[in-house]
Ligand binder design. Structure first.
Ligand code: RIB
Ligand code: CA
Length: 314
């Protein structure tokens, strides 16, 4: 099997946890490293959580490197109300057996990319973009050596989820997002516009839980927690077939099965000046497809994403 080399940068986080279970259970991926960033919870917790999830999934072979504990310029901001105090919903933390790997997450990204042929290492970013921004500063040629850069972040037609005009990952570190989007990285962005099409309905959660494995149990538990939160905070119409959006598996699902998504060439800019619209992603679709710097995920086969999660849980 021709494996895709992948680094996942994340802030686990309940939906990060589902994305990691998807990645850990997908043999088509050569998971080079997990790098962590402060975001949904402080760095110490997101790093511990990544190590816990790795252990539960039986993937102690994948190193976890701790990255940035704060944004480039802004104060650290959490999202505990959506992920629980410890960052993994109702899960009780435990001390993972394998320690965090030596070396900062930023250096781990740079060395993994530089050690392989240009364009062969993909990067999925599921939290604030601080680590990639720092890596691009430290290694200016990184953008040309990286393969696909898949970002969960941003919003256009769906509006924001941390403020009316911004999505959390971009809002948390807008300067980092700005530097990444101005770089030569060809970013493919999976915004709320597409992740809101991927909803954890009762039936989908039940199908994952029915696999009966630790990976399936964790993924189902995380989405059940999101259901609880969604009902309490956002208010949940009692429509059958409704459920909380599951954001972070989308970039990983795209790396695994790109045909599940349709993408639109574009140019994305980020608001960094205004406090009112901090982190807003302004998306210009009137671009030349051949030279457009970015891609915007517009539609997704949500059933196909959940099929991948069920398969990976096995
Ligand atoms: O807005 C959704 C994003 O913010 C997801 O990555 C979630 O984990 C939070 O980090
Ligand atoms: Ca995340």
């Amino acid at each position: 099997m021709n494996k895709q080399s992948l680094i996942i940068d994340c802030d686990p986080g309940v939906d990060d946890a589902v994305a990691l279970m998807l990645a850990f259970g997908s043999p088509a991926l050569d998971l080079l490293a997990i790098t962590t960033v402060g975001g949904n919870a402080p760095l110490a917790k997101t790093t511990r959580n990544a190590r816990m999830l790795r252990q539960i999934a039986g993937r102690q072979d994948v190193p976890v490197h701790a990255g940035a504990d704060r944004p480039l310029r802004r104060k650290p901001a959490g999202a505990g109300e959506f992920h629980g105090e410890e960052g993994l919903g109702f899960m009780t933390p435990f001390a993972p057996t394998r320690p965090v790997a030596d070396g900062h997450g930023v250096d781990a990204i740079i060395s993994a990319v530089n050690a392989r042929p240009p364009g062969t290492v993909a990067l999925a970013l599921l939290g604030p973009l601080t680590n990639l921004a720092l890596a691009l500063r430290r290694e200016p040629l990184l953008a040309r050596r990286l393969g696909a850069v898949a970002v969960m972040g941003g919003a256009r037609s769906e509006g924001g989820n941390i403020t009316p005009s911004a999505e959390f990952n971009i809002w948390a570190d807008p300067e980092a997002a700005d530097e990444v989007l101005r770089s030569e990285c060809r970013v493919t962005m999976f915004s709320l516009d597409v992740t809101h099409q991927v909803r954890a309905t009762e039936a989908r959660i039940a199908a994952i839980g029915a696999v009966g494995t630790p990976k399936g149990d964790v993924a189902a538990a995380m989405m059940t927690f999101s259901q609880t939160v969604e009902r309490e905070i956002v208010g949940w119409p009692s429509l059958s077939g409704w459920g909380p959006p599951v954001h972070d598996p989308c970039p990983v699902a795209w790396v695994l099965k790109p045909e599940l998504f349709t993408l639109k060439p574009c140019k994305i800019a980020v608001e960094t000046q205004s406090e009112l619209t901090r982190g807003h992603t302004s998306v210009e679709f009137r671009v030349d497809a051949a030279t457009a710097p970015h891609l915007w995920a517009a539609t997704v086969d949500a059933d196909g994403v959940f099929d991948l999660i069920v398969k990976a849980a096995g």
